[in-house]
Design a protein around this ligand. Structure first.
Ligand code: NAD
Length: 298
């Protein structure tokens, strides 16, 4: 199967490399030349545009920042829609607004192009390991055709419902992750200010009910003061905005999400939007006047 891959950033680059390792022939595209050259070095062919990539692929995968970027690459000038042949399948693995997925699928359908939305969870480490969690929306028959390819990048691939359901699931995921990071931040700042080593707090609680994948991933980084992304605060702001919009359009108040959104907005004003979302703890550190570091409290 010829696969096109568009968007070679923190996530797309290792995902595309895993498809090459699995033996698929890949044609790739990014607006930035550096990651494109790196993938060519790894064995891929460089495409000239999303249209060019789509014209040479039965399956086209996109991994781009947000809805406007995906819409530009899919429906814009020299976009996927201009090159893709009837019977081909577009799998958008970006995390975007569910409504945007539905709009694109509707625009592609008359051309005989099927679309699935298939955002991922797991971040850069799991993209490198090929153990991402993929949440998919779309038709069963299209899903059946691409499931084996997605499995080469993933530890789990689950069909959640019709088109848009993948991104609804991803919004649920992002709400849970954001609120977990905020809870961890409040707890560690409290422990530190009261004089208890936050690393010991982490070691004591990680096997109990408060333990979580989020805690295991973010606590070690935070205890080192390491906010290198990973997942940038600006991307989490994008996800929470999509969550708030989708919630309000559907009559669902989500008060805790809006609070964490405001914390992230404050960090953005502070110039920290390019840092990892674990850096959210800096908001609480500033409020309480302490720095959370391992071995620091008595
Ligand atoms: P990124 O910013 O590192 O990469 C995006 C890439 O898309 C860049 O290389 C950029 O040059 C390219 N791009 C932008 N517009 C383009 C266009 N029109 N045509 C071609 N290329 C274009 O972002 P990322 O961290 O790889 O995230 C990608 C998606 O995956 C986002 O939706 C993000 O929310 C989601 N995601 C990220 C993580 C993470 O930990 N980084 C985890 C899960 C999901």
């Amino acid at each position: 199967m010829n696969i096109g891959f568009i968007g070679l950033g923190i996530m797309g680059k290792p995902m595309a490399k895993n498809l090459l390792k699995a033996g698929y022939s890949l044609i790739v595209y990014d607006v930035m030349p550096a990651p494109l050259a790196e993938l060519v070095q790894a064995g891929a062919t460089a495409g000239k545009s999303p249209k060019d990539v789509a014209s040479k692929s039965e399956l086209i995968i996109t991994m781009l920042p947000n809805s406007p970027h995906v819409k530009a690459a899919v429906l814009g000038a020299d976009g996927v829609i201009e090159g893709a042949t009837p019977g081909s399948i577009l799998v958008d693995m970006s995390s975007i607004a569910p409504l945007a997925s539905r709009e694109m699928a509707a625009a592609l359908a008359p051309k005989g192009i099927e679309m699935l939305d298939a955002p991922v969870s797991g971040g850069e480490p799991k993209a490198i390991d090929g153990t991402l969690s993929v949440m998919v929306g779309g038709k069963e028959d299209a899903f059946a055709k691409v499931k084996d390819v997605l499995a080469k990048m993933a530890g789990s691939v689950v069909l959640c419902g019709d088109i848009g359901a993948g991104n609804v699931t991803k919004l649920a995921n992002q709400i849970i992750v954001a609120l977990n990071i905020a809870a961890m931040s409040e707890a560690f700042v409290l422990a530190t200010k009261v004089g208890v080593d936050p690393e010991r707090v982490f070691n004591a609680i990680k096997g109990g009910l408060a333990g979580s994948t989020v805690l295991n991933a973010k606590a070690p980084m935070v205890l080192e003061g390491n906010y290198k992304p990973g997942f940038r605060i600006e991307l989490h702001i994008k996800d929470l905005q999509n969550a708030l919009d989708t919630a309000h359009e559907n009559g669902v108040p989500i008060p805790l999400t809006s609070q964490v959104m405001e914390i992230m907005q404050a960090l953005k004003v502070d110039g920290k939007q390019k840092e990892d979302h674990g850096g959210l703890i800096q908001f609480y550190e500033k409020l309480a006047g302490v720095k959370v570091r391992k071995g620091q409290a008595s």
